[in-house]
Design a protein around this ligand. Structure first.
Ligand code: HEM
Length: 468
């Protein structure tokens, strides 16, 4: 053996040279999506959350900008933070789940550029009043993000339809998610155009219904798809069968569809009833899915001890999903059978139990458990650092405080309530900044860790070599 050590297994050179050959080089495009998601949350979404909370508390004179700031914040978080993360991990994981070759960088990076460009343009257009320029930017944003969402949908559906056909729930959830991204693409273009003729503001009924549908269905189906394939296994349980997941899966998607169509109804009572029914169905699904497709209790026995601490983010995220579900059921019942106005606090609290609780905590937990650049840290024999502990407590407290300020909307004066919301935003911002520090540290220490492990492996090989 010319270039190997004794005992190495010699591998043949590839015998074929064609477009089908998968190069043995790791594609790290998903890191670009994760970085983009973090830039959107730390640089825009949470800063806007603090500013708009302070503006609503009357701390400075931006009250008249609050409706635009709310939309800029909401979409920086949903399109930027959640959307970019789901798109990056989806494009990496789904071809592997479907036993297909990975997507090439040349396919994946343009999707990032479109989605990121669309999100940045929208936030800039709505956060800063630039008059006619803001309106034009809303149209540009709709086209860019719409093209990005349509491309993501196309790639995901192509991988799932041409890959291994299994009847496991993850495939059906991800298929539904792919279809919802196509719907979202159309909505992005339509609402970008609407806003370009409406002072850079998307009419609030459409905006609210779209935000819910995207969170529940476009993002939600991937949350339950990816979780159902991995999370029960971490906790030593079996992945759910299609029979167990099909009813809550249908409820989730039917509920999201009802919420989406509700603004088309002119009659206010009918509109409230359809939206209320949508909340009731999807809320029931959110109570049902975490115990079967995620996990709300137990120890992650299947993970290495170092990685187990990250599993508490996953557990907390699933508990927040159930809280969001209970609040949505409550809001749905009120809208269907009583006065819908009374449901506003529960809807705001549910939105943040879902956004700051489920989405954010799950992103942080799953990134640590499945992102390859954290792989080497998962085998380190050291305890959690101060930075890791800080991120956990800041993000958990931020989510809990933000849900509470939503729930107490009618019982508490706006000034202290919005100041508390600003505090929640500041804690969330700090928690994410600490997470960014963890990611940067993991990426930077990768070569050092790899060298250390190679050294240990070679020392072990030396010790095990037969004498003589
Ligand atoms: C702890 C951090 C956060 C704080 C302090 C915060 C604060 C706020 C506030 C004050 C509003 C306006 C509520 C109103 O008056 O109607 C709002 C709206 C919203 N938030 Fe957050 N938020 C946070 C995190 C998040 C996250 C992580 C997400 C999603 C991933 C999210 C998604 C939304 C959405 C979709 C809206 C409605 C936007 C719209 O109407 O277009 N928020 N948030």
């Amino acid at each position: 053996m010319a270039n190997g050590r004794r005992g190495d297994i010699p591998l043949e050179m590839p015998l074929v040279q064609s477009a089908e050959v998968v190069p043995a080089v790791e594609d790290r495009s998903y890191v670009v999506f994760i970085m983009g998601a973090m830039v959107m949350a730390v640089g825009a979404g949470l800063v806007l959350a603090i500013l708009l909370s302070l503006a609503q508390s009357g701390a400075f004179g931006w009250e008249e900008r609050v409706p635009w700031l709310i939309q800029a914040h909401g979409w920086a978080q949903v399109q930027g933070w959640a959307g970019l993360f789901v798109a990056g991990m989806g494009l990496r994981l789904l071809p592997r789940f479907a036993a297909r070759q990975p997507f090439r960088r040349t396919r994946v990076l343009p999707v990032f550029a479109l989605l990121f460009g669309g999100a940045v343009t929208r936030v800039a257009a709505q956060a800063v009043d630039m008059g006619g320029l803001s309106e034009r930017l809303m149209a540009v944003s709709g086209v860019l993000a719409g093209a990005g969402a349509a491309s993501f949908s196309g790639l995901v559906l192509y991988a799932l339809l041409t890959g291994r056909k299994t009847n496991e729930p993850w495939r059906w959830f991800c298929m539904a998610g792919g279809v919802w991204w196509a719907v979202w693409a159309a909505l992005l273009v339509a609402q970008g155009m609407d806003a370009s003729a409406n002072g850079a503001y998307v009419p609030s009924l459409d905006d609210d219904a779209t935000a819910w549908t995207v969170m529940l269905a476009a993002i939600g189906n991937f949350i339950w798809g990816v979780q159902s394939r991995a999370v029960p296994v971490f906790f030593g349980r079996k992945t759910p069968s299609l029979r167990r997941a099909v009813v809550p899966g249908v409820l989730l998607n039917a509920g999201a569809a009802a919420v989406l169509v509700s603004p088309w109804l002119d009659d206010v009572d009918q509109r409230e009833a359809v939206m209320g029914a949508g909340f009731l169905l999807s809320g029931a699904a959110l109570i049902w899915l975490p115990p079967i497709a995620g996990s709300v209790w137990g120890r992650a026995r299947r993970l290495r001890p170092r990685a187990r601490r990250a599993s508490r983010f996953v557990l907390a995220a699933n508990v927040f999903a159930m809280i969001a579900g209970a609040l949505l059921v409550w809001a749905g019942v009120r809208m269907l059978f009583f006065d819908g106005d009374n449901a506003v606090p529960a809807r705001d609290a549910a939105r943040h139990a879902y956004g700051a609780g489920l989405i954010t905590l799950l992103i942080i937990g799953m990134a640590q458990l499945v992102a390859p650049f954290f792989a080497l840290r998962r085998v380190e024999a050291v305890g959690p650092s101060l930075v890791e502990r800080g991120a956990w407590w800041c993000l958990l407290t931020a989510a809990a405080l933000r849900v509470t300020t939503g729930l107490l909307a009618e019982a508490w004066d706006i000034e202290p309530r919005m100041q508390t919301s600003a505090l929640a935003g500041a804690l969330g911002w700090l928690g994410l900044l600490l997470f960014v520090a963890m990611v940067v540290d993991a990426i930077r220490s990768e070569p050092r860790m790899k060298a250390l492990m190679a050294e240990q492996a070679s020392a072990a090989r030396g010790r095990n070599r037969p004498p003589g």
